[in-house]
Structure formats: C-alpha cells, structure tokens
Design a protein around this ligand. Structure first.
Ligand code: UDP
Ligand code: MG
Length: 318
C-alpha cells in the first residue's frame, strides 16, 4: 500500500457490475500498458458493485496473481456512483481516475493525460466523446436535450459527452470525497469542486464485451437526479406558472363580470370550464410532483445512510 516516494502512482478505479466478460480484456490492456510504462506505479481498484455473475471470482483470481490488484466488494448493487466513491476512498495513488471495465475508456489516453498534468498547470484531464457512434439514436437525442436543459438551469456546468474517465490529482479527489451526499451525480460533483480541467476529445468506442447496464429508464431517473441535485430552477418555474395562471384567471374574471353585466347570464360554456379545471388540476399535480422530487431527496439525505456497504476487500484500511 505504501507509495514509492520517487515514483508517481496512478490509481485506476474500476466499477464493475456483471462484467465477467469484459474484465479479462480490461486487465490485459492495463497490464500491457503498465509493462511499457515503467516510470509509473499502477494500482487497480476493482469495485464489485454487487455483481450476480462471476465478476468477484475473476477479480479475486487476478488479485491472487497480481499485487497491484485491489478490490472492494459491496453487499448488494449500490450503483456506479457509490462504486466510484468507494474506489476513490481506497485509492492510494497521487493520480486517480475511474474507468469503465468495458474498455470504453481507452487506456492509451492515460499517458497523454498524465503528461498534461505533470507539464501543464491543470488539476484534472477529462475526456469527452465528440461522437456517439454505436449508441441508439433516441438515446443520443435525449442525452443532448438533457445537457441543453440542465446547462440552462444550473450554474454548475455539465459538459456534453464528458465521461467519468478523467485523471485527477489527489487534491481534487479529496475534494470530491468531502462531498458526502447520498444522491450522487458525479458529472455535477466533478464540476462543482472546481479546479482546472483540460478536455481531450475522442471518438466513441463501443464496449468490448457484455452489455450496457443502463436502460433508458435508468438513464431517465439519473437525469432527474442530476437536475434535482444541481438546480432548484424547476421550483422557480412552477411558482412562475402559478403566478402567471393567477394573473390570467384574474383577467378572465373581470372580462366575465363585464360580459354578464352587459349581456346577461346565459348558462353555457361548461365544456370549456371542465377543460380548464382539468388543465389546472394537471398543472397543480405536476408542480406538486416537482416539489415532491426535491422533498424526497431531502428526506433521503436526512437519513444519512452510508453511500455503500462493503462485504469484503483485500485492502487493509490505513
Ligand atoms: N456499473 C456499476 N454499477 C451499476 C451499473 C454500472 O458499477 O449499477 C459499472 C459497469 O460495470 C461499467 C461502468 O459502471 O464498468 C459503466 O457502465 P456501462 O458500461 O454499462 O455504461 P455505458 O458505458 O454503456 O454508459
Ligand atoms: Mg461502458
């Protein structure tokens, strides 16, 4: 666990959820990289996020053969965010990054990232995909929309196409670890802590094996999480709609009074009335729903539940 004082050490945090197929490829790729990159120590921290397949066994086998392999295994699936947090917590390197286990984050980029961090005045180097090749069109469309909307609403900047793959200096990771919220939206957290980030661009790479763990529904919920965690603008919008409707209805009342005084009061127009009531009712429920989202997140945060629960590890905590 001790770090060689003269050598920089890079910790690779790898969240793994049912990755038995891609893990061997990943390990080989890193092994090859490490062999030709002697000036650097590398440690791999595999975080088994409650996998249901043989992921943990594979990791344990690797750890047996290779002292650079560390692992943390969760008691159940806590999500990638929790896995990243656990990995950062256990990382001992002075440079730290998180990587997908499916080789979608090209290991070759590490050298370039490291070079930038040592030679230029940056604290982190991130990568962003400039293409979304290989992704379903609908998914890309919604992803783009999401970034447009959240960047309008939130003062924390979210970079479209940014991956979680970014090499960071220790101090930035410590800052991220100091944010102990339960509902974690990393893209926002990375940006929230600040520091100087340089972006490298690359073309999307498809996973080597296995399947994506993100269904459309999961991504949708994740997007809501991001919005609720980083902006309260939806609350302002709902108040605004409320005020606007009060104003409109006030004008209508005046118009109707005038009409009744001038033309008498023939009973008609109930269908339009019904429509208006349904419309307003729907709007009210929508706004209550928005408030509910925030309230539920507040509720969950106040419980102060742990971000993850560990079942086993080969790391002795300092
Ligand atoms: N992952 C995880 N827990 C989850 C879902 C995903 O640790 O609940 C890991 C997964 O094993 C992978 C990374 O997070 O290493 C990214 O997932 P995936 O490749 O499925 O997402 P995509 O790249 O398709 O967005
Ligand atoms: Mg992936």
């Amino acid at each position: 666990m001790e770090r060689n004082k003269n050598k920089d050490k890079i910790s690779l945090v790898v969240p793994c959820y049912n990755e038995e197929e891609s893990l061997p490829y990943y390990y080989n790729a890193i092994n090859t990289l490490a062999k030709e990159w002697k000036s650097i120590d590398i440690e791999m921290i595999f975080v088994d996020d409650g996998s249901k397949d043989k992921t943990l066994n594979i990791i344990k086998d690797l750890a047996e053969k290779d002292k650079r392999v560390k692992y943390v295994s969760f008691s159940r699936n806590f999500g990638k965010e929790a896995a990243m947090y656990a990995g950062f917590e256990h990382a001992t390197g002075n440079y730290i990054t998180t990587m997908d286990a499916d080789l979608q984050d090209p290991p070759e980029l590490l050298k370039e990232m490291y070079k930038i961090l040592t030679e230029e005045d940056y604290d982190s180097v991130g990568v962003r995909r400039v293409t979304r090749k290989g992704e379903p069109v609908i998914r890309s469309f919604f992803a783009r929309m999401f970034y447009k909307i959240i960047n309008k609403m939130s003062s924390t900047e979210m970079v479209d196409g940014a991956r979680d793959y970014r090499l960071m200096k220790r101090k930035m990771v410590d800052a991220i670890l100091s944010l102990k919220e339960y509902n974690r939206y990393s893209k926002g957290l990375f940006s929230f802590v600040g520091f100087k980030t340089k972006w490298l661009e690359y073309e999307n790479v498809e996973r080597v094996a296995g399947e994506t763990k993100w269904s459309f529904w999961k991504l949708f919920k994740y997007a809501i999480e991001g919005i609720v965690a980083f902006t309260t603008t939806p609350l302002v919008i709902s108040s605004f709609i409320g005020i606007l409707l009060c104003f409109v209805s006030f004008i209508f009342i005046i118009l109707i009074i005038i009409r009744t005084l001038v033309f008498g009061d023939p009973v008609s127009g109930w269908p339009s009335l019904a429509c208006i009531i349904i419309f307003i009712g729907g709007l009210e429920l929508f706004c209550i729903g928005i408030i509910g989202e925030y309230l539920s997140k507040t509720y969950l945060e106040t419980k102060k539940r742990p971000i993850y629960i560990m079942r086993e590890t080969n790391i002795n905590k300092k």
